[in-house]
Ligand binder design. Structure first.
Ligand code: SAM
Length: 216
């Protein structure tokens, strides 16, 4: 299978026609080898226009959604970014191409271990990963310029807003179990401003400030 051709097609048929414009974001999608983040038996679908299953019943998000969330972060290259939901590591790799420091938290240890091996094998040295409940953020490295949550939550986890810098942005899917709105929240001096981007469907964010385990 010629993954390079499939990757080029993914960018030119799924991302650009739907409005992804940021040149650096587009270049990152041309570059990062998405198939390497996907279990071998499912690699034929690596560049398809839908989410693909990974370990622990989780998913790697549809390429367009990864691109849209990345574009919403408006990275300049200097930001410290926190990702909640490492999953396959693909989003973390895209972020690592676009900024200098990436921190990522995953609740499943087996998934995190596998992903750390993949990212190490690909030579990423600016991504720090830990296992834990990402709804608590990562206080040790806070504050963050940007936070991206790649799992669905009924409400904005309070620790994440506290660990966001002023003028920082938080991108997350907010809503019910099977239907959310991709939302961008900006922290202002005197409060928060929120913009709704589009409807989306993510696996649940399970943790103290997300869904409780019984809803997962
Ligand atoms: N960003 C991922 C990627 O590029 O593959 C997609 C992740 S998948 C849609 C969502 C991930 O969030 C799952 O791996 C899931 O285990 C994780 N997750 C759910 N709740 C979490 C929590 N409280 N803390 C950390 N990770 C969590």
């Amino acid at each position: 299978m010629d993954y390079e051709v499939l990757r080029k097609r993914m960018v030119e048929e799924q991302l650009i026609p739907r409005g992804i414009k940021n040149k650096k974001v587009i270049d990152a999608f041309y570059k990062v080898e998405r198939h390497k983040f996907i279990p071998e038996d499912l690699r034929a679908s690596a560049y398809a226009d839908f989410p693909v299953p990974i370990l622990e019943g989780q998913t790697i998000s549809q390429p367009y959604i990864v691109a849209l969330m990345t574009e919403c972060l408006e990275l300049t290259g200097q930001e410290k970014v926190l990702e909640i939901g490492t999953g396959s590591g693909y989003q973390a790799a895209i972020l690592a191409e676009l900024t200098k420091e990436v921190y990522s938290i995953e609740r499943f240890e087996s998934l995190s271990k596998n992903t750390q091996e993949i990212l190490k094998g690909l030579g990423y040295s600016n991504i720090k990963i830990k296992v834990g409940d990402g709804t608590l953020g990562w206080p040790e490295f806070a504050p963050f310029d940007r936070i991206i949550v790649t799992a669905a939550t009924p409400k904005v986890p309070l620790p994440l807003t506290e660990q966001l810098k002023e003028s920082g942005k938080l991108v997350l899917p907010l809503g019910e179990s099977f239907s959310q709105v991709l939302t961008v929240i900006e922290k202002k001096k005197d409060g928060f401003e929120s913009i709704e981007i589009c409807g989306c469907v993510f696996v649940p964010l399970v943790g103290k400030y997300g869904w409780q385990d019984k809803n997962a």
